[in-house]
Design a protein around this ligand. Sequence first.
Ligand SMILES: Nc1ncnc2c1ncn2[C@@H]1O[C@H](COP(=O)(O)OP(=O)(O)O)[C@@H](O)[C@H]1O
Ligand SMILES: [Mg+2]
Length: 301
Amino acid sequence: DSKHELTIGLSPMESALVLSVFPEGARIAASHYFDNYNLPCPIKVKIDTPNGTSQYVVLRKTRHGDVEREENALRLLSQYGLPVPKVLAGPCESRLVLSLLEGENLQHFSMRSKGHLEKSKALLITALSTLDKVTGDIERETTPDIIPRHSLMDELAAIKDQSPWNTEGLFRKAVDVLQPILEKITTPLVFTNGDYQPANFLTDGAKITGFVDFEKACFRDPLMGIAKYPVYDLHPLNKAGFVDSYLDTREYDRTDFASRLALMCLITLQREIPVRTTSEGEQTYLTHVTHLLKEAMTTIV
Ligand SMILES: Nc1ncnc2c1ncn2[C@@H]1O[C@H](COP(=O)(O)OP(=O)(O)O)[C@@H](O)[C@H]1O
Ligand SMILES: [Mg+2]
């Protein structure tokens, strides 16, 4: 699929970091962005080595998260036997050089056919369970300054009194109803990569061959990452019923999910959507999120 991959030059510092992994005389033959939903994303770098062979590595620059956190998470996960990239060099100026893993990301995989879409639901559920299962190990071996903990109440507290949405009736009322409900939830936090979107998991079609993107790794309520699917209407998995499959497989009921979905809608309003807008795109997004919020609130009460 290299026809979709954009060539991007490396800075001198980046070239030096990549070449530090290889013997003297190696040179950078090519560097491309992955075919990704948004840019800049990690860069796939081809290296010609002095013995005449070529190799690929990945240069990843932290965007929203934390490079030390990612490095720690990758090191621990590889100790527990998960297929994660090896850290070959860095952290250096928010960059890591990582090994290239085999497989296609689940976003691309899910778009190949109806059959692939069904299979990708099952693969994603397995991938998330695999992350859940290392929760105890990672809790024992890290401290919250390395991998932070975000309870539901923390997530509510971070947005409930912020402007501009705190003075809006719809938002205020939802916060007041939701707060006592979230307070009573005792679901243990799980280890997550901080972003359950399908492109963060790689597959060979039969199993998960890679877990990537740990810059926002954290302990979080397991259903918060799932709430992203309806809020962003992640295509095609959302309309294909990924959330229902997940809830059924993990034996959560619709009320369990509704409280998290409502919280995720409030977070999204606060962080991403202006109260009043003239942009058609933003208006559509606002209508979608307020509709989801109202539906979720109806399910809860
Ligand atoms: N080490 C890797 N091996 C193979 N593919 C990778 C690797 N790192 C990233 N990718 C590919 O690049 C895409 C974007 O990488 P990701 O780490 O998720 O960055 P972003 O922060 O842009 O989401 C992934 O969906 C995957 O297809
Ligand atoms: Mg990603």
